[in-house]
Design a binder for this molecule. Structure first.
Ligand SMILES: [Zn+2]
Length: 196
């Protein structure tokens, strides 16, 4: 997946956590920030990825030892990330916003693996076994489908954040849609009555 799609998928996952746990506004920004980091983290195993280019001293050895879409794209890594997330969450001395960021990193990381799972290349869930798994329906990176996915995930993010912070706007939109439908029906009824 393109880096932009990974980022928006991470944001959508973070927004899901925010809406689900009813996180207040300021801590929510930490969740979303963490989700952006988490969404990029698995590709640290590729020296040419966005993160790999910035941290080559980590990316180069990782790529040489494990290869791209290796250990960082496995269930093992996911368990490791969740474990680290719990350590941060249970750490009493840490400030609350770091816990929020940890939640976001976990959500973003998961979103990245699910995203790659939906592409042709698939992910080696059972690493160190080399077999890669992908969804029955996959797409290629950079195709029109990925652009559509980007758009849908962006809309999903806006929807979830509106649901959390401004639910009345959704009610207003619903009322507006009803009004428009009513008006449309009136226009249609009028048009049908007018002889051509
Ligand atoms: Zn990846």
């Amino acid at each position: 997946m393109m880096v932009a799609t990974h980022l928006v998928a991470g944001l959508c996952a973070g927004a899901g956590v925010v809406a689900w746990l009813q996180v207040p506004l300021l801590p929510a920004s930490w969740v979303l920030g963490g989700a952006l980091v988490g969404a990029l983290l698995p590709d640290i195993d590729h020296p040419k990825s966005w993160l790999g280019r910035r941290l080559p001293f980590i990316a180069l050895p990782l790529a040489a030892i494990f290869g791209h879409r290796g250990i960082t794209h496995s269930l093992l890594a996911l368990v490791g990330v969740v474990w680290a997330m719990y350590q941060v969450l249970l750490h009493g001395a840490l400030e609350q916003h770091w816990r929020m960021a940890a939640l976001g990193v976990g959500a973003g990381y998961l979103s990245h693996l699910l995203g790659d799972f939906a592409t042709h290349g698939g992910v080696p869930w059972l690493w160190p076994l080399k077999r890669r798994f992908s969804l029955p329906l996959t797409f290629r990176t950079g195709t029109w489908f990925e652009h559509l996915l980007f758009f849908v995930l962006g809309l999903g993010t806006v929807y979830l954040l509106t649901l959390r912070f401004a639910p009345w706007m959704l009610h207003d939109l619903q009322a507006l849609a009803q009004l428009l439908r009513h008006y449309g029906q009136l226009v249609l009824a009028d048009a049908l009555r007018t002889p051509l």
